[in-house]
Design a protein around this ligand. Structure first.
Ligand code: SF4
Length: 452
C-alpha cells in the first residue's frame, strides 16, 4: 500500500531517451547516427561478440557463458537486438551484471540458460506452431482462422527477434535447436496469392498485415500491397503489425516511409477503411521519446489508431504495477492505445515466461478501474483451435491439473466438416510449476505418455 491508500499509485512519468553513450561501445555515437534507421540496422547485436563490443567489461563472463549455453541448447529464436532496444535495458546507469540479469527487457530479448526452468522447460503439450496458423493457410502465409479476418504473413523476418516469439516455427533464422519452416514462393507470387484469395472471399473484411514485421518489407512493396488491399471493396479494416515502431522507431520516422504512410492513410480514409498500426511493447522502459514520436507521426499522417498488443510474461511484466505503468506510459505519453495483453503461447522452452490462467484473471481484476475504460487492455488467452478468449471466458477449470476448457462460436477454415467444432471443449494448460504438488506429481506420471 502507498500513501494514497490505493494498491496502485498513478504518477505521471515523462519519457526519457536513455543516454547510449553510457555503454562503452557507443561512447562516440552521435545523435544523428542514433536517429538513423540505417545506422540502427547496421549496428544490431546479433551475437555474443557484438554484445561484448557494446557492453565491454561492464558485464561478467558468467553472463556471456549463460547466454552461449542458451543459444546452443534452448533458444527458439536467434539473437537480433537493435541498439534502440538494447539501450532500454538497465536504462539509466552503466549496467552491472546483476542489473542486466534482472532487467525486464533483457529477460525476453536476450534470454539466458539460467532463466529457463530446469524442471519443466516446456509444457508437454507445447508445440512449434502452437496456434496452428500454418495448418490454416489458405495461400502461402495467409491464415484464415476467424470467419471475417485473416492474417497475412508477408515475410518471415523482423528487425528484432523476441525470445518468446509465438511464430518461432517460421520467423527468423534457424537456431541450433529449431530448424525453421521456409516460405517457398517469391514475395511477389506470395502477395499475388493472398490478393487473389481476398478478391474471391468477400466475407473477409479485415486483414492483419504482418510477418515477421512489416518494417522489413521494402516500403515500395508494402505500399503497393496495401494499395491493392484498398482496391478490394470488401476489405474494411487493415492493421499493420510492427514491433519495430518500438524496437526501431527510426524506421517509421524515415521521410520516404512517412510520406508513403500518408498516401496510404489518405487513400484508406477516402475509401472509409480503418487503417491502424498494431505494435508490441511489453514494458514501460521500452517507451522513449523516439517511440512516441514515431507513433505520433503515424497519427499525424492519418493512421486512425496505434494500438499495443503486449505479451504477459513472468519476470517481464506480470504484476499489476508493471502493466499499469506500461499502460499509462502508452496512453498518456506515447499516443498508443493499450489494447491487449496476450498470455504467452505454449511454445517450447517458454514455461518460465508463461503465467497460469488464474494469475491472468487476477491481473485483469487488478488493473481495472485505473485507466479510461476504452484504454483498459483485455488480457486474452489464445486457445489452440479456438482463438482469442478473454481470460474469464473459460467454461471449466481444473486447478489441480492446470487445465482450463474453452468453447467457441465459429469454425476455423479447417473445420468446415467438423460437426463437433462448436460443441467441443478445447483445453489450455497452465505452467506445471504453478500447480499444487498433487498436480505436478500427476504431470510427472503423464509425461512419459504424452507425445511432445
Ligand atoms: S517482432 Fe513479433 S514476429 Fe518478430 S520476433 Fe518479435 S514477436 Fe516474433
Amino acid at each position: 500500500m502507498n500513501e494514497t491508500g490505493q494498491p496502485y499509485q498513478y504518477q505521471r512519468r515523462e519519457l526519457v531517451e536513455p543516454d547510449w553513450t553510457r555503454l562503452p561501445g557507443w561512447r562516440h555515437v552521435t545523435r544523428e547516427q542514433w536517429e538513423s534507421a540505417q545506422w540502427q540496422r547496421a549496428n544490431c547485436v546479433k551475437n555474443l561478440k557484438q554484445l561484448r563490443a557494446v557492453l565491454g567489461d561492464l558485464i561478467d563472463e558468467r553472463f556471456y557463458a549463460d547466454l552461449a549455453e542458451d543459444q546452443q541448447q534452448h533458444a527458439t529464436m536467434s539473437m537480433l537486438v537493435p541498439p534502440q532496444m538494447l539501450n532500454t535495458m538497465v536504462p539509466h546507469e552503466a549496467p552491472t551484471t546483476e542489473a542486466l540479469y534482472a532487467d525486464p527487457v533483457r529477460r525476453y530479448m536476450i534470454p539466458v540458460a539460467s532463466d529457463r526452468r530446469p524442471d519443466w522447460p516446456s509444457h508437454p503439450y507445447a508445440t512449434r506452431d502452437s496456434l496452428h496458423e500454418h495448418d490454416m493457410w489458405v495461400a502461402e502465409g495467409l491464415t484464415h482462422r476467424y470467419p471475417t479476418k485473416v492474417l497475412a504473413e508477408l515475410l518471415p523476418t523482423c528487425p528484432q527477434y523476441c525470445g518468446h516469439c509465438t511464430r518461432m516455427d517460421l520467423v527468423g533464422n534457424s537456431t541450433p535447436t529449431v530448424d525453421k519452416l521456409k516460405l517457398t514462393l517469391k514475395p511477389v507470387d506470395r502477395y499475388e496469392g493472398m490478393i487473389a484469395y481476398l478478391k474471391t472471399h468477400p466475407g473477409v473484411r479485415d486483414v492483419v498485415v504482418s510477418g515477421g514485421d512489416v518494417a522489413n518489407v521494402p516500403w515500395k512493396n508494402l505500399e503497393s500491397f496495401l494499395m491493392r488491399l484498398l482496391d478490394i471493396e470488401t476489405i474494411r479494416d487493415i492493421r499493420l503489425a510492427t514491433k519495430a515502431l518500438m524496437g526501431l522507431p527510426q524506421h517509421w520516422l524515415q521521410p520516404d516511409v512517412v510520406e508513403g504512410m500518408e498516401r496510404v492513410a489518405r487513400t484508406a480514409a477516402r475509401r472509409g477503411v480503418n487503417l491502424a498500426i498494431h505494435t508490441h511493447v511489453n514494458h514501460a522502459n521500452s517507451l522513449t521519446p523516439l517511440v512516441a514520436k514515431a507513433a505520433q507521426t503515424a497519427l499525424e499522417v492519418g493512421v486512425r489508431d496505434v494500438r499495443n498488443q503486449g505479451v504477459l510474461m513472468r519476470g517481464v511484466n506480470a504484476t499489476s504495477a508493471d502493466l499499469l505503468d506500461l499502460c499509462f506510459a502508452l496512453q498518456g505519453e506515447a499516443g498508443i492505445l493499450p489494447y491487449y495483453f496476450y498470455m504467452c503461447d505454449m511454445i517450447p522452452n517458454a514455461e518460465h515466461w508463461r503465467v497460469a490462467v488464474w494469475q491472468a484473471q487476477q491481473l485483469q481484476h487488478d488493473i481495472m478501474g485505473y485507466l479510461p475504460g476504452y484504454a483498459t487492455p483485455r488480457i486474452v488467452c489464445d486457445v489452440p483451435f479456438v482463438g482469442k478468449r478473454w481470460v474469464h471466458m473459460l467454461t471449466e477449470y481444473d486447478r489441480e491439473h492446470g487445465i482450463s476448457y474453452w468453447t467457441k462460436n465459429y469454425r476455423t477454415s479447417i473445420e468446415a466438416d467438423d460437426a463437433e467444432a462448436l460443441s467441443r471443449r478445447y483445453p489450455y494448460y497452465d505452467p506445471i510449476d504453478t500447480l499444487p504438488e498433487s498436480g505436478q506429481k500427476w504431470w510427472r506420471k503423464q509425461e512419459a505418455t504424452v507425445a511432445v
